[in-house]
Design a protein around this ligand. Structure first.
Ligand code: UDX
Ligand code: UDX
Length: 437
């Protein structure tokens, strides 16, 4: 019998869990989102999203009103009401690069104890290879004896800022399964989404996710290394990347040079994958270098600022952009944190602006920096402007206005949002990444 509508429960209502849950409701399923954070659930029950993600709040409200999406802290009840249980709690990396699976393991135990009939248990979070087997052992150990279940690995590839589109119109869906029964259920679940589904064994699905993030991070570090060479030879990294990208074997995406990758995934997953490789008896030196280049890229940028702003102590520095990328308020592993801390250590006075990340930035920087209401306010009488996130809003501000507000027209653009020729013509001292200044 072909079941079209499923009762789903998503445990972990973070970026991945909340977007996935909301989108599953949007395509017709009945979804209960669970989280142990009471405040988060309260906010969601009232219809507001705890994270900034374009279009998400509207979609939550719509599906909540239609009765297809609800929120609770009661994991046992949610599991009992569901056919499919997704695990989407965070999987942070420990100091030594190992993944901390304590949240996944705890949730697996709670899910197992609440099971009252056959269910499919799906891991959605990024997990090191063989975590699926660990989940299977835990469920088998703690669920009632007569209950059967299947485990599935269904990694999520969404990007913050375009998460809804990425979920509803993915390049492909990857599903690791152990038998035809689980395959049929997962195929039906995703039927409304028109994308190729790749069925693999569970271990391959787990490795696919780590391999993708590691490869994309490698592309970024590669182009940042090229940017450093361009800079030393008066070449232009954007032209180099554009021409490289036209080779279909290389492709144009993820070749934007800048101040390196941040966010909750790339830094963590690169470290985790190095660790997975080590445990498997392989020394993944390539990825270690990717990590090093990424760290170095922030240092090179900071040095450039310190070298070109004389006597930086006591100088007023405007910062545009705090989040790790545009269209999100996520500050996790944001390059802005290292760069701003480096400037504070040199005695600079920081006046920051970000369209949505100020509240989350306050948790990190507290009263060490000044928070401005607008991009122009941050510029007033500043000795230099530093661009750390490429928000569209910044690109639209008139150059004459920027120049008029600043005490000295020096700009350090960590994301290459302006053209060097235009900036020089407009009378700025303009420094960017991998381009002539
Ligand atoms: C996380 C991981 O970072 C990523 O690798 C993985 O692919 C998916 O999960 P994200 O959704 O951004 O991504 O994490 P986060 O925003 O931290 O959300 C996790 C949620 O799980 C939090 O809301 C937290 O309160 C909740 N949680 C955690 C539980 O409900 N129960 C727990 O036991 C632990
Ligand atoms: C990433 C993956 O793209 C996604 O598939 C996975 O599910 C989660 O991790 P996300 O972290 O949301 O998504 O953002 P992404 O757009 O990939 O950017 C990550 C970081 O790389 C950002 O700091 C961004 O500024 C940087 N980046 C990206 C570059 O520096 N250059 C590029 O060309 C692309």
């Amino acid at each position: 019998m072909k079941i079209k509508k499923f009762k789903i429960c998503i445990v972990g209502t973070g970026y991945v869990g909340l977007v996935s849950g909301t989108c599953f409701a949007e395509i017709g399923h009945n979804v209960i989102c669970v989280d142990n954070n009471k405040e988060k659930i309260k906010m969601l029950q009232m219809g507001s999203s705890p994270i900034y993600e374009p279009g998400l709040e509207k979609m939550i409200l719509k599906n909540k009103r239609a009765g297809k999406l609800s929120f609770t802290t009661d994991i046992a009840q949610a599991v009992k009401k569901s056919d499919i249980v997704f695990i989407a709690v965070h999987t942070p990396t420990k100091e030594n690069g190992e993944t901390n699976l304590q949240y996944v393991e705890n949730v697996s135990k709670e899910v197992a104890k609440a099971m009252d009939k056959y269910k499919v248990i799906v891991s959605k979070s990024t997990m090191p290879v063989k975590t699926g087997q660990r989940i299977k052992e835990i469920i088998a150990k703690f669920c009632p004896r007569n209950i059967t279940f299947d485990i599935v690995s269904n990694p999520e590839f969404l990007k913050e800022g375009t998460a809804i589109k990425d979920f509803l119109e993915p390049d492909r869906i990857v599903i690791g399964i152990e038998n035809k029964k689980a395959e049929a259920i997962m195929r039906n679940l995703y039927e409304p989404i028109k994308a190729p589904i790749i069925f693999t064994d569970i271990e391959s699905a787990e490795i696919i996710k780590h391999a993708c993030n590691a490869f994309l991070a490698t592309k970024i570090s590669f182009i940042n290394a090229i940017a450093n060479i361009c800079e030393k030879n008066n070449a232009n990294v954007q032209e180099v990347a554009m021409a490289m990208g036209l080779d279909k074997r290389i492709g144009p995406d993820f070749l934007k040079a800048g101040i390196g990758f941040g966010g909750s995934c790339f830094p963590k997953d690169v470290s985790a994958f190095i660790n997975v490789a080590k445990k498997s008896g392989y020394d993944f030196n390539l990825l270690k270098e990717v990590k090093k280049i990424n760290k170095k890229q922030r240092e090179i940028f900071l040095d450039k600022i310190i070298k070109n702003v004389p006597d930086i102590k006591g100088k007023s520095i405007a910062i545009w952009g705090l989040s790790f990328k545009p269209d999100t308020d996520d500050m996790r592993e944001a390059p802005s944190v290292d760069i701003i801390n480096g400037l504070i250590a040199k005695g600079a006075i920081i006046k920051s602006f970000d369209p949505v990340a100020i509240e989350k930035a306050k948790v990190i920087f507290k009263d060490k920096i000044i928070y401005c209401e607008g991009a122009k306010e941050a510029l007033k009488d500043c000795d230099a402007l530093i661009i750390l996130t490429e928000w569209e809003h910044f690109k639209k501000i008139k150059l004459e206005e920027i120049k008029k507000l600043m005490k000295f027209p020096i700009i350090f653009d960590g994301r290459n949002i302006f053209s060097p020729q235009k900036m020089i013509k407009a009378g700025f001292n303009y420094y960017s990444i991998g381009r002539k200044t």
